[in-house]
Unconditional design. Structure first.
Length: 189
């Protein structure tokens, strides 16, 4: 091989490695931010319950964080409220739903914060919200795609395809493939 081809191959390998590392870094930063928001929301929620603090301290907390750590973004009154809601709503239901085979952490950690806000605002039922989370992880839905899927109530149609498996296939011949057509793959999460 010529030096030019070898160099081109090396350059391609290095670019691939750089892009892979950048992608991993973005996911790692997002996961840490989601953990932090969950922990902060849980801490505030626990303090509110234990100390009897109302919501009036949230504006002060937001202001103090902005004053003392001006380089830190994401601590508006509204976002702090979302953090509290996130911890309050998700702790009992979602911490039980871990993907132990992959990461030993709750799967919701890998979902961007904006997606969580959309789900908290638009999907009241926790089990339905979990369904949308799993679909987001599995399919890599953008925020706009997620919002569209929620608006169209995609969860109600999933797995509801008409079929005649029960009548045309004997129980011993109902293949895994046929069952997967009937039951969404995501239900194995």
């Amino acid at each position: 091989m010529s030096d030019l081809i070898l160099y081109g191959n090396l350059l391609t390998e290095i670019k691939t490695r750089l892009r892979t590392a950048q992608t991993k870094a973005v996911f790692s930063v997002n996961a840490e931010m989601i953990r932090m928001y969950f922990d902060i929301g849980k801490l505030i929620h626990e303090k509110q319950n234990a100390e009897g603090w109302g919501s009036s301290f949230i504006p002060r907390l937001s202001k103090d964080i902005r004053n003392e750590l001006p380089e830190i973004k994401g601590f508006s009154e509204r976002n702090i409220g979302y953090m509290i809601r996130f911890a309050r709503e998700y702790e009992p239901a979602i911490l039980q739903q871990t993907v132990a085979k992959l990461t030993e952490q709750p799967f919701f950690i890998g979902i961007p914060w904006g997606h969580h806000i959309i789900m908290m605002e638009r999907v009241k039922d926790i089990s339905t919200r979990i369904w949308y989370m799993k679909q987001t992880v599995q399919n890599g839905w953008s925020r706009d795609t997620l919002a569209s899927m929620i608006k169209n109530q995609t969860h109600q149609r999933q797995g509801a395809l008409a079929h005649n498996f029960d009548f045309t296939l004997s129980p011993s011949n109902q293949s895994l493939y046929a069952r997967r057509l009937k039951t969404p793959i995501s239900s194995t999460f």
